[in-house]
Structures are given as structure tokens and as C-alpha cells.
Design a protein around this ligand. Structure first.
Ligand SMILES: CCCC(=O)SCCNC(=O)CCNC(=O)[C@H](O)C(C)(C)COP(=O)(O)OP(=O)(O)OC[C@H]1O[C@@H](n2cnc3c(N)ncnc32)[C@H](O)[C@@H]1OP(=O)(O)O
Length: 314
């Protein structure tokens, strides 16, 4: 009786707070606020047009019924280097994922068993003016920041090479899994650059500033063993075909991710949101966000079902 009354109360309370929060989320995703604006000399639409002038390849999105999507960087003739139009593609696919209400997880990988060799050097040469370089940098920082902020648990599946901007892309995922023989390398120094797609800021948060300085300053080749050692890799996959039960690298990555994506969509998305808040916000703001997110799951159907089933955590 008491439990039923409490549940009814919780349901009423949670549905109203949930509505307010969801409305806020929907509004913010409709506005799709970019990191940069005209005050930074940035116009997203104009930059899109400029980037489209460098075509080639694509970024493909497959949303699956399991709630796990696969994003494929697809330009094998150039080791999956990012052409300008692929940068625009990426931003559009991130937008689609931002409004995917059924999503729980994301695997980011490259086509043809290699991850991504960074920016297309032909485009880099063609847009070498400082102003246009800044615009490309702001565009990609925005796209990759929004990728990391998706309410999905994301993993970069690194096969072959992740170089330059490709290495930066791996840091825009929550986790990195490396296949045998794969390498993550911030090669920027060798071409007189530093990361510009947000990769340095994220790398410091992942491996700490000492390790980040070593990896960037030495343009170190990070193989799976070193990746685990410095904390850049979260796991190493078995060689494709070595253990038939293990399946392809993509299957292995999806299996690995499942332990974090199993469960109701609102709960998985809420987990990602509270971790993101803790990662990005000052403590008081993070606590407030945690409270708001907590309000969306407290007394919600998954919570009520679990309470009613008297589950034990043995
Ligand atoms: C803020 C962003 C900063 C950046 O991302 S800058 C770009 C950083 N990336 C690089 O410098 C990578 C340069 N590429 C390489 O080092 C090598 O091509 C790489 C990836 C190690 C592969 O070596 P190999 O296996 O020997 O193959 P390969 O060199 O023959 O490459 C096959 C074809 O792919 C092309 N390719 C590879 N990476 C590219 C890139 N980033 N931009 C444009 N084209 C690229 C390469 O030119 C070659 O094409 P082709 O067969 O000669 O027509």
C-alpha cells in the first residue's frame, strides 16, 4: 500500500519535472548552438560552403535497432583523410545523432580497416590562409565537441592508423579500443602544427598533462600496449579471425560496448549526462545538472519497475 502510494506520488512528480527537463533539452537541440559565433569571426553556414569546395569521401551513419549506431569515416583512397565535404558530413551526422531519442551507444570507425589519416593534405594546402584555417578549426572543434557531448556512450574502434586529426577524433569518443597492429599518433609536430580540432585539450583530460606533452611533443607512435599503459586505450581487441568466437573487430567493439549500453534508453543517456557534467562543469554546476538529470530518472518507469521487482545486486 505504502509503496503503491509512493510510486503514484513519484510518477506524478517525475512526469512533471521530466517534462520541464525534456522541453529544455529539445529546445537546446533545436537551437543547435555552435561553440563559435560571429563574435569570433565565425559563420557556420559560410564555412560549410567553403568546405564543400573540397569534395571526396563521405561520413556514413548507420542507426541500428539495438540503439547502437556506427559512424564510418569513408575515404579509403586517402586512408580516410577528411576532405572538406567530409567535415560538413560529420557535422550533419552529429546533428542527426543529437536528435536520436532511441540512441544509447556509438561506434566510430574508419572504412577498409584503417581509422583516419587526419585532414586531407590536399585541402590543407589549398586552405592554408590563416583566416580559412581558423574557420576550419572552429568548425571541427564544434563538430567534435558536440560528438563527445552526445548523450550516447561512444567508442572509437581504432584499426590501422589514426594520425593527426584522426588521432584527435579518437579523443572525441568516451572510449578507445585498439586492434592489434594499430597506431594512434599525433603527428602534428612533424607538419609544423599542433592539434586544432580540440584534440590537445581532450588528450590532457584523458592521459594527464605529462603524458599529453610526451605524446604531442614527441609525436609518439602509440601502439595498443603503450595505449593501455598511458590510459589512451581502454581495451585491445583480438586479431580479426584469430578467435572465430570473437568475431570481427566491429562485432568485438559492439560486444565490448554492450555492458555500458544495456538497459533502458533514459537511464543510459542519464548516465552519460551526469558523467559529462562532472567532466566539463565546475562542481556546483555539475551538482545542479546531476540533480536535474536525477529528477528525470527518479520515479520514472525503469526505476518503478526495478523497485517493484525487488532486485538484488549479488
Ligand atoms: C588539425 C588537423 C591536422 C592534420 O590532420 S594534418 C594531416 C596529418 N596526416 C598526415 O600527415 C598523414 C600523411 N600520410 C601518411 O603519412 C601516409 O600516407 C600513411 C597514412 C602513413 C599511409 O602510408 P602508406 O601505407 O605508405 O600509404 P600511402 O602513403 O601510399 O597512402 C595511400 C594514399 O592515401 C593518401 N593519403 C594518406 N593520407 C593522406 C592525407 N592525410 N591527405 C591526403 N591524402 C592522404 C596518399 O597520398 C596516397 O594517395 P596516392 O595513392 O598517392 O594517390
Amino acid at each position: 500500500m505504502v509503496l503503491c502510494a509512493l510510486n503514484r506520488q513519484l510518477l506524478r512528480r517525475s512526469s512533471s519535472s521530466c517534462c520541464v527537463f525534456m522541453a529544455r533539452l529539445q529546445t537546446s537541440s533545436r537551437r543547435r548552438r555552435c561553440l563559435y559565433s560571429s563574435t569570433h569571426g565565425f559563420n557556420q553556414e559560410e564555412t560549410r560552403q567553403k568546405l564543400r569546395a573540397f569534395p571526396g569521401g563521405s561520413v556514413d551513419l548507420l542507426k541500428q535497432d539495438s540503439g547502437v549506431a556506427v559512424l564510418t569515416i569513408n575515404n579509403p583512397a586517402r586512408m580516410n583523410a577528411f576532405s572538406g565535404s567530409m567535415m560538413v558530413d560529420l557535422e550533419e551526422k552529429v546533428s542527426q545523432l543529437e536528435s536520436w531519442t532511441e540512441g544509447k551507444g556509438l561506434v566510430v570507425r574508419g572504412a577498409a580497416e584503417t581509422f583516419c589519416s587526419g585532414s586531407d593534405l590536399n585541402a590543407v594546402r589549398a586552405i592554408s590562409s590563416p583566416q580559412d584555417g581558423m574557420k576550419m578549426c572552429m568548425f571541427m572543434q564544434d563538430a567534435l565537441t558536440r560528438l563527445l557531448r552526445l548523450p550516447l556512450v561512444s567508442v572509437a574502434l581504432v584499426e590501422g592508423r589514426a594520425l593527426g586529426g584522426g588521432a584527435e577524433l579518437t579523443t572525441a569518443c568516451d572510449f578507445r579500443l585498439m586492434a592489434p597492429g594499430s597506431v594512434i599518433q599525433f603527428v602534428h609536430k612533424h607538419i609544423g602544427l599542433v592539434p586544432g580540432w580540440g584534440g590537445a585539450a581532450r588528450l590532457v583530460r584523458i592521459v594527464g598533462s605529462q603524458n599529453a606533452l610526451k605524446l604531442l611533443g614527441g609525436a609518439v607512435k602509440v601502439d595498443p600496449e603503450r595505449g593501455l599503459d598511458v590510459g589512451l586505450a581502454d581495451g585491445v581487441l583480438e586479431a580479426d579471425g584469430d578467435a572465430p568466437s570473437a568475431g570481427t573487430h566491429l562485432q568485438q567493439a559492439e560486444d565490448w560496448l554492450r555492458r555500458y549500453t544495456e538497459g533502458p534508453v533514459p537511464v543510459i543517456q542519464a548516465v552519460k549526462k551526469v558523467v559529462l557534467a562532472g567532466r566539463e562543469l565546475p562542481l556546483l554546476e555539475a551538482l545542479q545538472t546531476e540533480k536535474e538529470v536525477f529528477g528525470t530518472v527518479w520515479g520514472a518507469p525503469a526505476n518503478l519497475r526495478a523497485l517493484a521487482s525487488k532486485s538484488k545486486h549479488k
